[in-house]
Design a binder for this molecule. Structure first.
Ligand code: DAR
Length: 363
């Protein structure tokens, strides 16, 4: 695609899909002013949004440095997505002090004592390219580095477990049946090679090499290797105690941070992620609630989405991105903000939001 064709395509996307943030903020003069190597780098970063016009963000970083190198475009997109005004300083706070507030869902209603809860953070190791730019060899080398760290983690009585690889020939390789069982159990991530966004970005490249998952014996602490980021570190449980959920994640993250090479972190953007939507705390925390009244038995998410959005929450089906609600009204509720808010602010927003939705559900 020539520069002229690229610019024309992006303008076409901007007209047809104004919510594509890459197209919205792309500036042809800025692009043309870059030297050829930088133009080539930027083309790869925005490729997913150029080819997939219905993208919301439309870009994935290929190296931690991309966020600084291409700030005129990426910072504008990031501010737009995360709702941060131009010129407002961005400095990502981090606060994991779970003792500050108690957040037990059971205190809202005894019926919320046993809900499915999950919190995860994205982390990338600074000394490797981000997943979209990794070679097959780099993916496998990274997996070996992660597996060595997991071997030490497994010695910790609170996090004992095993690493399961889907890399052909890996000493930790599991068979197809076990992989599918782990996917069905909502533990292992799905085959990425069918994701048109990740394919164009190169993030699903060399599938399934360099991919796997650490799982604790209690199956309440998981680490995905080689999904959209180098690592997705998550804590999950059925219960009501958000503090315990977060404390487990924080402790596991600390241990892994000591065992692995340095993570790519930024004072401005916090944890560096492939996708700009995951910058900041790099955290997605969610819980599943049955809201049959607010969702008209799962048939209409309009009202619950509106009520949630006004409280800084996003609602989606319990089956993941783009899934529907269950007939029992089961939905996944999660705070939207990730950049400029601390881990504990995110937890509190989830707790307060869940309380508000529950009050509407049971009014
Ligand atoms: N297809 C990408 C997804 C953006 C947010 N979701 C992530 N990162 N899993 C888009 O730009 O629409």
């Amino acid at each position: 695609m020539t520069d002229e064709q690229l610019i024309a395509r992006i303008d076409e996307v901007k007209q047809s899909h104004p919510d594509n943030l890459m197209a919205r903020h792309f500036d042809a003069d800025y692009y043309l002013g870059l030297d050829a190597p930088l133009q080539a780098r930027l083309r790869k970063i925005i490729a997913s949004g150029v080819q997939n016009e219905n993208s919301s963000m439309g870009a994935y970083a290929m190296a931690p440095d991309d966020y600084a190198q291409f700030a005129p475009l990426l910072d504008a997109m990031i501010r737009d997505f995360h709702g941060i005004e131009a010129g407002t300083p961005i400095a990502q706070p981090h606060d994991w002090d779970t003792s500050a507030v108690t957040s037990d869902l059971g205190a809202i209603d005894a019926k919320l004592k046993q809900v499915s809860m999950r919190v995860r953070v994205a982390r990338n190791v600074a000394s490797f390219p981000l997943p979209g730019a990794m070679s097959k060899e780099q993916r496998v080398v990274f997996e070996d580095v992660a597996a060595a760290a997991f071997a030490k983690l497994a010695e910790n009585p609170d996090f004992g477990g095993q690493y399961l690889s889907i890399t052909p020939g890996s000493p930790y390789e599991i068979d197809a049946a076990e992989y599918q069982r782990r996917v069905a159990a909502h533990q292992m991530f799905k085959d990425m090679s069918g994701d048109k966004y990740l394919n164009v970005a190169g993030i699903s490249g060399d599938w399934p090499y360099g991919r796997g998952m650490y799982v604790s014996e209690a199956e309440d602490f998981l680490v995905w290797v080689g999904e959209e980021d180098h690592l997705r570190i998550m804590s999950m449980q059925t219960g009501g105690d958000l503090n315990a959920l977060f404390a487990r994640l924080h402790d596991g993250l600390q241990i892994l941070g000591d065992l692995l090479p340095a993570f790519a972190m930024s004072d401005k953007y916090g944890a560096i992620a492939s996708c700009p939507t995951n910058l900041g705390a790099g955290m997605r925390c969610s819980l599943h609630m049955k809201l049959p009244h607010l969702t008209k038995s799962g048939t209409d998410l309009t009202r619950v989405t509106t009520e949630a959005k006004s409280r800084g929450l996003a609602v989606r089906g319990a089956g993941g991105e783009h899934s529907d609600a269950g007939s029992d009204g089961l939905v996944d509720v999660s705070p939207s903000a990730r950049l400029g808010v601390s881990e504990m602010q995110i937890m509190r927003r989830l707790y307060d939001g869940a309380a508000a939705l529950w009050a509407l559900e049971t009014v």
